[in-house]
Design a protein around this ligand. Structure first.
Ligand SMILES: [Zn+2]
Length: 837
């Protein structure tokens, strides 16, 4: 109580007499502890007191190295770099004695997940503490400076108990690029007299904001798919250590207080053991106690959940640990007016630091319980798995997609094998080299279930994030879940890229089937070289090999390169893109001959994407990342702000991602329309369709939402409307494989991701509906009955002619979070074949 009183007086006096809200290090730290003078304080290294400025990532790095240099309790590791080249640091913090035998401690800890015989009486607990995965939620990483200082400098019984009993894996910045971007914003807009007016520019970041990483991904959705470098480094650490507690320090709305888990109990993933949530509740008591002591308000259980295992606070729950989400009300900049008075940046940092310490108190007190829980978790998992059997997945036409899923398994240290020999089942062929086998009887049994499972019934109808992520569906891979153990060939311990057949020299033509995930990369290289290439509109067979719809033909004659130069170049392209290109010596085929007009001319594509205010940064970033990182294609990011001044005639394709509102004006719609009429291909996603409609770029008929009147109380209102949201689920569509949008797909059905309630009516001519939701489309995830009946038999895709150009529209995001490999090709087909649709 005394603390609370003192703090209120402090707040009032600050409001009356000062505008800088400056505090010293003492403000954050417990005052009953003596600090080692040989340990550098943050200010002595970074040049300002904590909270005076937002820490930039470079300074954070410098301080962490300084601490590691000065303290016997800390070692530091650089685990890789972000897209922008920033180091992904990890500090190992524990007692000097534990440091001297760290590898033994690690091995003994891992043995908990592998045998039942490890004694937990005296071994340390492992705690992973990570901060600010959303870069514009900065109190976490700023608190990491205080926490690291405390752990290095504090002296006495309490800290010794923590360090002797705990190995802390300390990750000061989960998202260095986002943190840096936000620090730049908050610092460059800071006034000498800090103005807490929420309207000030300081509190209103410009697009895309610092939440995301370089390519505008929400990294707190990538713990399971592991597609981003930051996640890859972190997940490697995770599986090397299997922490008992992992914390994830976030921020939320300025008018809230502080949240710690447990989240909403009915929204816990049913695969998470009950005991996990009990332990989360036990840990929560330590946070409550610490927050009572400093007078800060908090809550739990009323929001956030533990359903999607791709989030930092949920991922540990399927790996024998406890994930804890912290959410601090955000001051955004340095101090902001809020429902709870002026919320200062230092106050938010102190709360995060307090939660970091109470986590360690909980870890020490509950050490044995948490270690035993982990041991039991894996013992039970092994028992469940002992029934055996295997999962087989693959794609006989696309080794790359199968390889990319295997890569995720490898990142999660899931054991998998080659396919022993080819087999067919349910009309699908599984081929060696194009398929992999996962034995169910292994340590990661539950994680495998979490990745492969399809679920369509749920306890709750509200989800904080997606309700489904079934990996073989996202990858559009064929799979069988109950195959005998003898499907397994050699264990794969070091996954290698699929092998390709090197093309021999041809005097006539080269052919590349369009199925492999990497083919757009190869085609782009070929067209950018100024070579002539065509796409086959029909299947054919030549020299004993069948070629499907969409096969790429590269003639030898009349090219810029002579026969041997071309052969060398094609070989290079095949090897760099890791795709099979075949040389043929005749144009006579069974089916369309190579000189047929059913081979259509292709052009080099110059792609632009509209970004900026009004556009959903995630969706835009996914397209940027896909073309830039996966396909080595140049993509011009056109800012909506300057759009009217841009000469569009340079571009063949313009992508308009999902938008929140009107990113572009009526005049700019006209500008786009003229560009399309002159031959451009305009590709829109989700809400862009409504904009196309209202600006006469394309006529689209949407189903109007019917709302039947029901008796709903005020209290239930939010849940009622929430249940009508499609938060993210997986649905089946039917493909017309002869349509260029479906080139490269070997099956007649395609699983797609959907997180919207945009329902597009089909065209009366069925050939205009090449991608249509099936009659019973739900494959995995939650959707209300009402929405499901609206969705069935609607169209996902539409293409229309406008002058010499095309307008293409997708109701759904085909590039979701970089792991929806299965639908990536739809965009590439729209880009390369749009003018032949
Ligand atoms: Zn967050």
């Amino acid at each position: 109580m005394k603390h609370l009183f003192r703090f209120s007086v402090l707040l009032i006096s600050l409001q009356l007499f000062a505008q800088d809200y400056h505090v010293n290090l003492d403000y954050f730290l417990p005052n009953d502890v003596i600090y080692n003078q040989d340990i550098p304080t943050p200010a002595s290294i970074i040049g300002h007191e904590i909270g005076d400025w937002h820490i930039t990532h470079d300074k954070l790095v410098t301080y962490m190295y300084a601490l590691a240099n000065a303290s016997d309790r800390i070692t530091i590791e650089n685990r890789g770099t972000t897209f922008e080249g920033r180091p992904l640091l990890l500090l190992y913090i524990t007692s000097e004695v534990n440091h001297s035998k760290l590898e033994n401690i690690r091995k003994e800890h891992i043995s908990l997940t592998e045998t039942n015989s490890t004694n937990t009486d005296n071994i340390p607990i492992v705690v992973y503490q990570g901060f600010s995965i959303h870069g514009n939620e900065p109190s976490g990483s700023n608190a990491a400076l205080v926490a690291a200082y405390y752990l290095a400098a504090a002296q006495g019984e309490k800290i010794d108990e923590i360090l002797n009993n705990t190995v802390i894996l300390f990750d000061p910045s989960y998202n260095p690029d986002g943190l840096q971007r936000f620090a730049y914003w908050a610092n460059t807009n800071k006034s000498k007299n800090i103005n807490p007016d929420p309207n000030d520019r300081e509190y209103n970041e410009i697009w895309p904001g610092g939440r995301t990483n370089h390519y505008w991904f929400d990294m707190n959705r990538d713990w399971l798919p592991v597609q981003l470098p930051e996640s890859q480094a972190r997940i490697e650490t995770f599986h090397n250590w299997y922490p008992n507690i992992l914390t994830d320090h976030h921020e939320m709305g300025t008018n809230s207080t502080f949240f710690f888990q447990p989240g909403i109990p009915s929204r816990t993933n049913p695969m998470t053991p009950k005991k996990n949530q009990e332990l989360t509740g036990d840990i929560a008591k330590f946070h409550a106690k610490a927050f009572n002591k400093i007078g800060s308000f908090y809550y739990s259980k009323e929001s956030f959940d533990d359903f999607y295992y791709g989030k930092g606070s949920t991922f540990p729950d399927i790996n024998g640990g406890i994930g804890i989400l912290f959410e601090q009300a955000s001051s955004r900049g340095h101090a902001q007016e809020s429902d709870n008075g002026i919320l200062t940046f230092p106050f938010t940092i102190r709360n995060q630091f307090t939660a970091a310490l109470s986590t360690l108190d909980a870890a020490v007190s509950l050490r044995k319980e948490l270690l035993d829980y982990q041991k039991t978790f894996y013992t039970n998992a092994r028992n469940e798995a002992s029934k055996g059997g295997t999962i087989v997945f693959g794609d006989e036409k696309d080794a790359t997609k199968a390889y990319r899923l295997a890569e995720i398994l490898q990142r999660h240290q899931i054991e998998f094998h080659e396919l022993k020999s080819d087999f067919s089942k349910n009309g699908k062929n599984y081929k060696k080299g194009y398929s992999y086998v996962i034995p169910k009887n292994q340590k990661q049994h539950r994680l495998i279930n979490a990745m492969f499972q399809r679920r369509t019934s749920f306890q709750d109808s509200l989800f904080y994030d997606v309700s489904a992520w079934t990996f073989p569906l996202a990858f559009n891979l064929d799979y069988e879940e109950n195959e005998p153990a003898n499907r397994s060939g050699d264990l794969i311990s070091d996954l290698k890229k699929p092998t390709i057949k090197t093309p021999s020299v041809s005097n006539y033509a080269y052919l590349m089937e369009w199925h492999d995930y990497n083919t757009p990369k190869a085609l782009n290289k070929i067209l950018n070289k100024g070579l002539r290439a065509k796409v086959g509109m029909k299947p054919f067979k030549v020299e004993n090999k069948s070629y499907d719809y969409g096969t790429i033909l590269i003639p030898v004659q009349n090219q810029k390169l002579n026969t041997s130069e071309l052969a060398k170049f094609i070989k290079e392209v095949a090897s760099e893109s890791n795709v099979t290109i075949t040389s043929v010596s005749t144009g006579m085929t069974e089916g369309i001959d190579l000189g047929s007009s059913n081979f259509k001319k292709l052009e080099a594509q110059k792609v632009a994407i509209i970004v900026g205010d009004g556009i959903t940064p995630y969706d835009a970033g996914e397209v940027w990342h896909l073309l830039d990182q996966r396909y080595d294609m140049l993509i011009t990011k056109l800012d909506a702000r300057d759009f009217s001044n841009t000469d569009l005639s340079n571009y063949t394709d313009i992508v308009l991602p999902n938008s929140w509102g009107n990113a572009l004006s009526k005049e700019e719609a006209l500008q786009l329309k003229n560009w399309v009429k002159n031959g451009g291909t305009l590709i829109g996603y989700k809400n862009a369709g409504r904009w196309f409609n209202s600006n006469d770029l394309m006529k689209i008929k949407f189903k109007k939402k019917k709302d039947s009147t029901q008796i709903i109380s005020f209290e239930q209102k939010r849940n009622y409307f929430g249940a009508q949201v499609i938060g993210g689920a997986i649905f089946e569509t039917k493909l017309d494989r002869s349509h260029p949008i479906a080139f490269g797909y070997k099956n007649n059905t395609l699983p797609v991701f959907r997180n919207s309630t945009i329902f597009m009516k089909t065209d009366k001519n069925s050939y205009n509906n090449p991608i249509k939701y099936t009659d019973s489309p739900l494959l995995s995830g939650y959707i209300s009955d009402k929405n499901l009946s609206e969705l069935k038999n609607t169209a996902l895709f539409k293409v229309g002619r406008l002058g010499k150009g095309k307008v293409i529209y997708f109701t759904d995001n085909t590039n979701f979070r970089a792991f929806w490999y299965g639908t990536n090709k739809l965009l590439m087909n729209a880009i390369f074949f749009g003018n032949h649709m």
